[in-house]
Design a protein around this ligand. Structure first.
Ligand SMILES: *Cc1c(COP(=O)(O)O)cnc(C)c1O
Length: 389
């Protein structure tokens, strides 16, 4: 199945919708049936039928099919947020007494789920430096049911060797889940390396316009049916049909957007790496990244998210840089049209002037999400702001 077929044809049975070129928006919570027999038939399998929108909705189903195809997966479940998708993937895998091994620096709410919420229900987790598969192996216990990966992660971009981790997990009957939000399905296919489940924050590149929150979980139907019967239907963290419809619209331009932000990011990285006020750049597709070779091996392309450490004596220099930006907006998240800057200093007390402890995220780090603007405009903005450091 080629990319254009997936984005423009798959799941779009236009003869059923008056030949409309844009996908149909079925803003309906409920569906009706001509007979009791038909109702019984649909109620039997809410995963695959349109019975009640908390389970399945025709617009959401088109999105499910496209996201599954993009990930090379059998099926997909779409959620109200990436956090909900990850939580469902984890909760479906564990029971009281079980253990989860997770990368050292996962997305903050993935950490919260594993370190704060699930321990209340008897599920424990360890966070390990997973840049070496052997470290993950060492963290496994007889009760480990799941390994949670995020390659690259979205602040300092550590990678995991997905094929190696998948192989060691399979040998022990441990399930693997990889957060693939950074790469997008276009640049990395974790399932092809033997990973069991892929999670996305569709709020980021998949939607691509900063106006929808959604998440996705892709993988074999058996695992998704288990998640469907469990956390998906019981917690009900589903997207509205309208949000699914907006996502279908955003998805059409995913290849163009990814090409554009990666090409611009390459120019921005080259500029930043040569700049005297920049102490360090983190970007998996720069040769300066410690795991650059692995990035080239397991990813098909680059994205637009990178981080820099500003050369300054205290966080005031970081604040002067950020406050001076005119084109980059100060914001969390990433993946839309607008280029964004997110300083870790925003999450520290204003008076913090010390350098942080080893292993912590540096206080002089600023994450930049490169959007779709002209590279020259963005570089000029960074240049004038760096002059204010
Ligand atoms: C944003 C993000 C999430 C959470 O997604 P939401 O859609 O905000 O719930 C999970 N993982 C990564 C890597 C993210 O960047």
């Amino acid at each position: 199945m080629d990319l254009d077929w997936i984005l423009n044809h798959l799941g779009e049975e236009r003869d059923r919708y008056f030949g409309a070129v844009a996908p149909p928006l079925m803003q309906s919570a409920i569906f009706s049936f001509p007979t009791v027999a038909a109702m019984r038939e649909q109620a039997r399998d809410e995963f695959g039928h349109h019975f009640y929108t908390r389970g399945n909705n025709p617009t959401v189903e088109i999105l499910r099919r496209k996201l599954a195809a993009l990930e090379g997966a059998e099926d997909c479940l779409v959620f109200a947020s990436g956090a909900a998708a990850i939580a469902a993937g984890v909760i479906a895998a564990v029971s009281a007494g079980d253990h989860v091994a997770c990368v050292q620096k996962p997305y903050s709410w993935t950490r919260h789920l594993l370190a704060e919420l699930l321990p209340r229900f008897g599920v424990t987790a360890s966070f390990v430096d997973a840049t070496e598969p052997a470290h993950i192996e060492a963290a496994l216990t007889p009760r480990t049911r799941l390994i949670v990966l995020e390659s690259p992660n979205s602040l300092t971009y550590e990678l995991q060797d997905l094929a190696a981790v998948a192989a060691l997990a399979r040998a022990r009957g441990v399930r693997t889940l990889c957060d693939n939000s950074y790469a997008s399905p276009l640049n990395q296919s974790p399932l092809a390396f033997g990973i069991d489940l892929v999670a996305h924050s569709a709020t980021k590149y998949l939607n691509g316009h900063g106006d929808v929150m959604a998440g996705a979980l892709c993988g074999p139907q058996a695992l998704l049916r288990e998640a469907f019967r469990g956390p998906f239907m019981t917690l009900g963290a589903i997207p509205s049909p309208h949000d699914a419809w907006l996502l279908l619209r955003g998805l059409r331009t995913l290849p163009l957007r990814m090409q554009r932000c990666a090409a611009t990011a390459a120019r921005v990285v080259a500029f930043l790496e040569a700049h005297p006020k920049i102490e360090r750049v983190w970007y998996p597709h720069s040769p300066s990244h410690p795991q650059h070779a692995l990035a080239l091996r397991q990813m098909r392309g680059a994205s637009g998210l990178l981080s820099v450490a500003i050369r300054c004596d205290d966080v005031c220099g970081v604040e002067r840089f950020c406050d001076a930006l005119r084109r980059f907006l100060l914001s969390v998240s990433w993946g839309g049209y607008e280029s964004l800057a997110c300083p870790t200093a925003a999450f520290l007390p204003a008076a913090t002037r010390t350098t942080p402890k080893p292993g912590h995220v540096p206080a002089n780090l600023v994450r930049l999400s490169i959007g779709l603007e002209e590279a020259d405009v963005l570089i000029a903005d960074l240049a004038q702001a760096l002059d204010k450091v």
